[in-house]
Ligand binder design. Structure first.
Ligand code: SF4
Ligand code: SF4
Length: 260
C-alpha cells in the first residue's frame, strides 16, 4: 500500500447492492483500479476491511434503519469526500417513495405491531444527504460502470467530476428518437436526470425515471401534459413516485394541498 494512493472505501446501506456489483463488474479494469487506489474497505470484494481514515467513501443505499444512520455518520467522520452512488443513496430510491409521515407510521405498525424494536429500528427511508454532507452524486439504478470509472479517475487526478445537468430528453434527441409523448405514451424523460443515454426510449420503451429526478424538472408541465392526454391522475402519480424518492416532495405536497 502506498501512502500516495487514494484511500477509498465502498459501503452499502439499504439497497440491492447493484451499484457495488457494478463496480465489481468492471472486471478487466478492476485489478488496475485496485492497483491505482488503496481500497481500505469493500465488503463484497475483500475480507480485510479496515474502519479508518479515507480520502473517498462511495456509499450505496438509503438510510432506512438506525444502524444505517450510525454507519453513514461514522463514514462521514472518517472520509475527506463522500460520493452517493445509485439512486437509493442519491434520492432515497424506491423505498423512499413519497408517503405521509402518518401513513408511514401506520404501515410500520402493520408490520411490527406495538412491539418495541431495541436494535436496528426501521426509519422512514431517506437519501444520504438527509443525514450527512454529500460531495458528489453518481445516480443510476444501478450506476453505469463507465461513469463510475470516469468519476474515480477524475478524483484520483485531483479534478472535479462532471455530471449530467440535463433531462433524459436531451439524450433522446441526440439519438434522433421520435418523442414517445407525441405518441401519447407516458414517458418520464422530461423529469429524469440524463446519464443512461436514453436507453429505453431508444428501444421504443418509455422512461420510468430510474436515473432519479432531474433537479430542474417542471413537474407541473409534465403533469398537465399527461392529464391532457387523458391519463388517470393516480397512474401519473404512481409513475412519478416510483423512482423519485424525496426528489419531488415539494410537488406532491403542493398537489396534496390543492386537493384538500
Ligand atoms: S421519448 Fe421520452 S425521453 Fe424521449 S424526448 Fe420524448 S419524453 Fe423525452
Ligand atoms: S428508465 Fe429512463 S433513466 Fe432509466 S434507463 Fe430507461 S431511459 Fe434511462
Amino acid at each position: 500500500m502506498s501512502k500516495n494512493k487514494l484511500r477509498i472505501g465502498v459501503y452499502g446501506l439499504t439497497g440491492c447492492a447493484g451499484d457495488q456489483l457494478t463496480i465489481l463488474n468492471c472486471e478487466d479494469r478492476l485489478l488496475k483500479l485496485f492497483e491505482t487506489v488503496d481500497v481500505r474497505s469493500f465488503l463484497m470484494a475483500k475480507s480485510d476491511n479496515l474502519e479508518e481514515e479515507l480520502d473517498i467513501a462511495l456509499v450505496e443505499g438509503s438510510v432506512s434503519t438506525r444502524s444505517d444512520e450510525e454507519s453513514v455518520i461514522n463514514i462521514r467522520q472518517r472520509t475527506g469526500s463522500l460520493v452517493a452512488i445509485g439512486i437509493c443513496a442519491c434520492f432515497g430510491g424506491i423505498q423512499a417513495v413519497f408517503t405521509e409521515p402518518e401513513e408511514w407510521a401506520k404501515q410500520y405498525e402493520q408490520v411490527y405491531g406495538n412491539r418495541s424494536v431495541s436494535s436496528n429500528a426501521a426509519l422512514q427511508s431517506r437519501p444520504v444527504k438527509a443525514f450527512v454532507k454529500v460531495d458528489y452524486y453518481l445516480p443510476g439504478c444501478p450506476i453505469h460502470k463507465e461513469q463510475f470509472l470516469a468519476l474515480l479517475s477524475r478524483l484520483a487526478l485531483g479534478s472535479t467530476p462532471e455530471f449530467h445537468r440535463a433531462p433524459v430528453c436531451l439524450e433522446c434527441k441526440w439519438q434522433e428518437n421520435d418523442c414517445l409523448l407525441n405518441k401519447n405514451v407516458l414517458c418520464l424523460g422530461p423529469l429524469t436526470t440524463a446519464g443512461c443515454g436514453a436507453i429505453c426510449p431508444t428501444c421504443n420503451l418509455p422512461c420510468v425515471g430510474c436515473w432519479g429526478p432531474f433537479e430542474e424538472a417542471n413537474c407541473w408541465s409534465e403533469w398537465n401534459l399527461l392529464l391532457d392526454k387523458d391519463y388517470d391522475r393516480n397512474i401519473i402519480m404512481q409513475k412519478m413516485k416510483s423512482f423519485s424518492g424525496t426528489g419531488f416532495i415539494q410537488f406532491f405536497n403542493t398537489m396534496k394541498k390543492e386537493r384538500t
